[in-house]
Design a protein around this ligand. Structure first.
Ligand SMILES: Cc1ncc(C[n+]2csc(CCOP(=O)(O)OP(=O)(O)O)c2C)c(N)n1
Ligand SMILES: [Mg+2]
Length: 292
């Protein structure tokens, strides 16, 4: 990566994200990697509330606001219109939160992936409906507190495996990414931009307010998620070539969980249960990587 690649910033200061929010970092990587000739499609979310604030938007990237259920469908339509006009070099990227992706937007997402429409879909995952007050989504991890999974009934389902769902569509490219590893993140964005067809990128987005952690720990938590194997970094090409991006240290999950107040209501045995689940999922991923 050359210094000149990082010069243009398209998400500028003055946006209204909370201190320590990871999402603006995700957005900066997306925008300065894809560049000015990009149209982004955004849904309601914390992202929507900071970028879709016409006429005070903190970005100069052309942006289209769409209802929750239709981000992927809107991106398909914009890409088709650009093709009709001969603007085939313009990159189209749909960006949505976990609620907008795992839950509400999944049918449009599945449809676009099945048609292999030529755009990037990026999900930033803060593991709940944060903008409306920390309600659980199907991306919320097992055992987490949210306002709809209070201490007496913590989230009792595991997180939905969205990358596997996308890989099952046999899309040309799917990958996980982390703000703690920016070179890897930018490389994956470039690869997505340069690959024809449907691309799915998935970034964990630590949220100090919803996860109950101190705002200086955002990057630390993003790194611990990867190093504890809770959020492995990998790519999937054509739905069946799995590539590990980096070998994690395998730090105990507790080092990641104990920094977050949302896991402070775990009961005896819960920590072991979470560690076992992480180990199980890791072994499952390793088997896929070995046969690729
Ligand atoms: C159709 C519709 N239903 C509900 C809402 C209310 N709403 C706005 S933002 C939001 C939460 C979105 O969660 P997520 O996609 O995870 O993004 P986050 O806020 O966590 O960044 C909800 C439910 C809406 N704007 N439109
Ligand atoms: Mg969310």
């Amino acid at each position: 990566m050359k210094a000149k690649d990082l010069v243009e910033e398209y998400l500028i200061s003055g946006h209204g994200a909370c201190p320590g929010c990871a999402m603006p970092v995700v957005m900066r990587h997306i925008y300065h990697t894809l560049g000015q000739d990009t149209i982004s499609v955004l849904t309601a979310s914390c992202l929507g509330t900071i970028v879709l604030t016409y006429p005070f938007s903190p970005t100069q990237i052309a942006t289209y606001s769409t209802p929750f259920a239709s981000a992927a469908a809107a991106a398909s339509g914009i890409k088709a219109a650009l093709d009709m006009k001969g603007r085939t070099q313009t990159t189209v990227v749909a960006i949505a939160g976990d609620g907008g992706t795992f839950d509400i937007g999944i049918q449009a997402l599945s449809g676009a992936a099945e048609r292999n429409d030529d755009f990037i879909y990026l999900c930033y995952d803060n593991e709940a409906y944060m903008n409306t007050g920390i309600q659980r989504s199907s991306a919320t991890p097992w055992g987490a507190w949210t306002t709809t999974t209070p201490p007496a009934s913590l989230k009792s389902q595991p997180k939905k495996d969205i990358v596997e769902i996308m890989a099952a569509h046999r899309v040309p490219y799917a990958a996980t990414a982390s703000i703690a590893y920016p070179e890897d993140f930018i490389r994956k964005l470039q690869k997505a931009r340069d690959t024809r067809g449907f691309k799915f990128l998935y970034a964990l987005s630590p949220c100090p307010v919803g996860w109950r952690f101190s705002s200086q720990n955002t990057i630390r938590l993003a790194r611990l998620a990867v190093q504890s194997k809770m959020f492995p970094l990998y790519e999937v090409e054509e739905g069946d070539r799995y590539i590990l991006s980096m070998e994690p240290d395998g730090v105990p999950v507790n080092e990641y969980l104990e920094l977050q107040g949302r896991f402070s209501f775990l009961r005896e045995g819960d920590l072991e249960r979470i560690q076992e689940h992480v180990n199980h999922e890791w072994e499952r991923l390793m088997r896929r990587i070995e046969v690729s």
